[in-house]
Ligand binder design. Structure first.
Ligand SMILES: [Cu+2]
Length: 115
């Protein structure tokens, strides 16, 4: 399961735009991020909400989408039991205009698992 985040710099003439929060579910209804990609603006928050089982949000690269990027963002594993009302989330604030790539480290999810 993979996720891509593209962001754009604020247009200089848009001075009153407020930061937005984008919710992304992790592992809900399958081994997927939903949505699987978003467009965000610098200053926006992306909140990853973990569904039951045991997923991660781990930054990778376009070149190696299923391999953790060194010094990249990593939520670590978020175990969630099936019937819980306690749903963990992991948020990042967009601070760059370059695309960011994420995957889940649970083995078998990426087409080419790398360890
Ligand atoms: Cu996962």
């Amino acid at each position: 399961m993979r996720f891509a985040l593209a962001s754009a710099a604020l247009a200089t003439f848009v001075s009153l735009a407020s930061a937005e929060t984008h919710n992304v579910t992790v592992g809900s209804g399958g081994l997927v991020f939903n949505p699987s990609s978003i467009n965000a603006t610098v200053g926006d928050t992306v909140s990853f909400v973990f569904s039951p089982k045991n997923h991660t949000v781990t930054q990778s690269t376009f070149a190696a989408p299923c391999k953790a990027m060194s010094n990249g963002i990593d939520s670590d594993f978020q175990p969630v039991s099936a019937n819980t009302a306690l749903v963990p989330s992991y948020s990042i604030i967009v601070n760059a205009t370059t695309p960011l790539w994420f995957f889940c480290r649970q083995s078998g999810y990426c087409p080419f698992p790398l360890f």
